[in-house]
Write a protein that binds this ligand. Structure first.
Ligand SMILES: O=C(O)c1cccc(C(=O)CC[C@H]2O[C@@H](n3cnc4c(=O)[nH]cnc43)[C@H](O)[C@@H]2O)c1
Length: 242
């Protein structure tokens, strides 16, 4: 169905775009939202429009694909005359212990690219120190507070990387560079870059499926984290609508 033809279906004319990485995360968010939903085709993907006024997008794994897909959805909505008023990057993620144990929820007060820069003989230099771009997007404080109060989410930096941390050494490096980090994912910064390009505020919410550290795939609690994501959006959707 054409996006423009869909005008007026939503409960709000300025809906919220929720970008997850994969369909199971999108479906976990959808389970929290009662009422009919409709699939809207876009170039490079599709958006699930819910009666709650949240459009759900499985934007892909990793910052580059997530940025490209999110930018496509933002552009399509703007061209259709119903631009999004907020973008939410949501999904499962790694949690830094002890601040963010498995099963907990984290909302970002800073969305930071952990590996965007250059290695030098003297260590890692972020792109900002090379004179380019940005490595951090800051969600509006008032919205972060709304999410935290509605869901009980812990507030801190969520790091974005193209590689899932898999060793204690790498986790220690990240802690050292980002003392405020509570969680790690692979999409938040990409989604935030797309939102910033459209002048739309962004949030990132991660349900913790595994600790950040030595890789132990068997210990990942993906089902529990997806359930936490559903519970969070059940509380969040009414708060975001208001
Ligand atoms: O290592 C594996 O065997 C493996 C199997 C299934 C999935 C993965 C992923 O890497 C999924 C990445 C996916 O989930 C988010 N995520 C979850 N935990 C973390 C983490 O500790 N660090 C970074 N990202 C994480 C991420 O946003 C991706 O969308 C691996």
């Amino acid at each position: 169905m054409d996006l423009q033809a869909e005008e007026g279906l939503s409960t709000t004319s300025f809906p919220v775009l929720v970008a997850t990485a994969v369909p199971v995360e999108r479906d976990a968010v959808a389970r929290a939202l009662p009422g009919a939903a409709e699939e809207i085709r876009l170039p490079g993907g599709s958006v699930r429009r819910t009666a709650a006024g949240l459009d759900l997008l499985a934007a892909g794994v990793g910052p580059a694909l997530a940025a490209a897909t999110t930018a496509g959805a933002l552009t399509a909505a703007a061209l259709a005359g119903r631009p999004y008023r907020l973008v939410v990057s949501a999904g499962i993620g790694g949690g830094f212990l002890p601040g963010a144990p498995v099963g907990s929820l984290v909302v970002a007060d800073a969305i930071t690219a952990a590996d965007l820069g250059a290695e030098t003989a003297d260590g890692f230099l972020p792109v900002t120190e090379l004179g380019f771009g940005t490595i951090t997007h800051r969600p509006p404080e008032s919205l972060v507070r709304v999410v935290s109060e509605a869901t009980g989410a812990r507030t801190g930096t969520i790091l974005t990387g193209s590689t899932v941390t898999g060793t204690a050494d790498r986790a220690a490096v990240l802690r050292d560079r980002h003392p405020g980090a509570l969680a790690e994912g692979m999409e938040g910064f990409g989604v935030a870059e797309a939102a910033a390009a459209h002048g739309v505020p962004v949030l990132e919410i991660r349900a913790v499926s595994n600790p950040v550290g030595p890789r132990d795939r068997a210990a990942w609690r993906i089902a529990d984290a997806l359930a936490a994501l559903t519970e969070a959006f059940g509380k969040l959707a009414p708060a975001l609508e208001s």
